[in-house]
Design a protein around this ligand. Structure first.
Ligand SMILES: *Cc1c(COP(=O)(O)O)cnc(C)c1O
Length: 374
């Protein structure tokens, strides 16, 4: 038998389980029409300008991509008013998470995350052989005091999803500032802003502003969510130059492909398109809230393009029944939220279909495991 080197570590890792692809569900269940509300993608797709840019860029795919992402780097540096050297690009922002762990975490070090939180933080840290301290959310919000208390001399990275997935909650400027002020400056605070473009409240933390004072921050953003490029895999990090220099040293030289670079650049140049989408998603979020309330279900108010809904019973049966009706949502039991599903806000038509399917399932108990009535 072939044995991996770090056997103990490798076999202790629960692999990431992604939302099911539409085609897989069609194939397996023999369904003609399937909608996916499971991976927080933008249901409207990217700006039409991105599709044009892709056509042009496709002519040059015989060439290696620009490993430095020159044009995109310039555009983002200008947009966020940061020096170009403070940017680092990844094959999705997931890659920046992995790179950061590889740079800063040795086996036996400690990494602090929230529980539940985005799964990749814990997975990446465990792969590196770290001890992961998962601090339970309080009423779906970060227990920052608890996270601070968990810090020891071995703590190397703290992951903050802002807003986090699956909670959909954000940290305010005051909270984040207070947290950073109370930490040793040699602990990396990784602030994952995958849903940055969706957050509206004025007190949302200005992490790039805080970067000027706190050199231990890494902020990541992505083109996968609002920008609609999940399939191309491109995200970026912003950090002090000392940190980006380290991350750049260990990344693969051509980690971001040329199509992704071209499309991302075109997306950035079409902000009006994305403002329209943000408004649509906000309206549809209200539609989902209303639909849940009508069914007597509670939900966690979200600042993102997904909503956690409490099914008031084991939710995996409901997720399965929805799948049978061609609606893919996330069953949250893997995150320890057994009664919850997470549903991505789709188009008007998709959300209607989801709510209709859910209404049918809840009123008729279709396909649900029988419950004993006392
Ligand atoms: C989706 C998601 C990401 C990862 O996005 P990439 O596609 O790898 O850029 C990162 N963090 C959170 C919290 C997410 O939900």
């Amino acid at each position: 038998m072939i044995r991996p080197l770090a056997q103990k570590t490798i076999f202790n890792i629960q692999p990431y389980v992604p939302g099911k692809p539409i085609d897989e569900v069609k194939r397996e269940l023999g369904l003609k029409s399937v909608i996916k509300l499971a991976s927080n993608e933008n249901p409207y797709g990217p700006s039409p300008r991105a599709l044009q840019a892709l056509k042009r860029a496709a002519r040059d795919i015989n060439r290696y991509p620009d490993g430095d992402c020159f044009y995109l780097r310039q555009a983002l540096a200008k947009r966020w008013q940061v020096p170009p050297q403070q940017l680092v690009f990844g094959n999705g922002s997931d890659e920046i998470i992995v790179l950061a762990v590889r740079v800063f975490v040795n086996p036996g070090d400690e990494v602090i995350i929230a529980d539940p939180s985005f799964l990749i933080y814990g997975i990446a840290a465990r792969i590196a052989g770290a001890d992961v301290k998962a601090i339970p959310l309080k009423d779906f919000s970060y227990d920052l005091a608890g996270m601070q208390k968990a810090v020891t001399g071995k703590t190397r990275i703290i992951f903050l999803g802002n807003p986090d997935n699956p909670s959909g909650q954000y940290l305010t400027q005051k909270q984040l500032e207070h947290f950073l002020n109370g930490l040793r400056e040699n602990i990396i605070v990784f602030i994952d802003e995958a849903y940055y473009e969706y957050v509206r409240p004025k007190d949302y933390a200005d992490s790039l502003g805080l970067l000027k004072k706190h050199k231990n921050i890494i902020v990541t953003r992505t083109f996968s969510k609002m920008y609609g490029l999940a399939g191309l895999r491109i995200g970026y990090g912003v950090a002090g130059e000392e940190i980006t220099d380290c991350l750049n040293r260990i990344r693969e030289p051509f980690n971001v492909n040329s199509l992704a670079q071209a499309a991302a650049l075109a997306c950035l140049a079409d902000q009006p398109y994305y403002r329209t989408i943000a408004r649509k998603i906000e309206r549809q979020r209200e539609v989902l809230y209303r639909g849940a309330r009508k069914l007597g279900l509670k939900y966690v108010e979200s600042y993102t393009n997904f909503v956690l809904i409490d099914m008031r019973q084991d939710a995996s049966g409901i997720a399965k029944a929805l799948l049978g009706k061609g609606v893919i949502v996330r069953d949250m039991s893997f995150w320890g939220l057994k009664q919850f599903i997470r549903v991505t806000i789709g188009t008007e038509t998709e959300n209607k279909r989801f709510l209709n399917a859910l209404t049918q399932i809840l009123s008729f108990g279709q396909n649900l495991p029988r419950r004993t009535v006392l």
